[in-house]
Design a protein around this ligand. Structure first.
Ligand code: ZN
Length: 131
């Protein structure tokens, strides 16, 4: 299991990504609007991992509510797993609570699932299946 990406919530994803591109020289990997998740996503590559900038499409979305409550900054961390259903079963077996007991499709078109932050020291943790 390796760290796939960190998710950063901001009012302006492009502005945050442009700052990280300028400061750290990270190339653009993906820019996409995901209406069913209510976000615009801008992803930068950093070796095997990514920085994922998230901008809410409206205040009444998960990321919009996060920004209103906690302000901009680190939103979640994501681990890559080879088999997401096996990883979910393993975590549930260890007592972790899942937001997604069934995987859904993320912005990059890969299966994803989130854990309840109450199970993970208050940090929102995402899994992505990456072979
Ligand atoms: Zn993510």
């Amino acid at each position: 299991m390796h760290l796939d990406h960190v998710g950063i919530a901001l009012e302006d994803a492009k502005e945050g990504a442009d700052l990280f591109r300028r400061l750290f020289g990270l190339p653009l990997a993906l820019e996409r609007t995901v209406p069913d998740q209510g976000v615009k996503v801008v992803k930068l590559s950093s070796g095997e991992s990514y920085c994922e900038f998230l901008e809410p499409l409206s205040p009444d979305t998960p990321v919009g509510r996060f920004l209103a409550k906690r302000g901009g900054g680190l939103h979640h961390v994501c681990f890559a797993v080879p088999d997401i259903r096996a990883a979910i079963a393993d975590l549930v077996g260890k007592g972790a609570a899942m937001i997604d007991r069934e995987p859904r499709t993320g912005a990059a078109g890969l299966p994803i699932a989130f854990l309840q932050p109450s199970s993970t020291a208050g940090i929102l943790v995402e899994l992505v299946e990456r072979k």
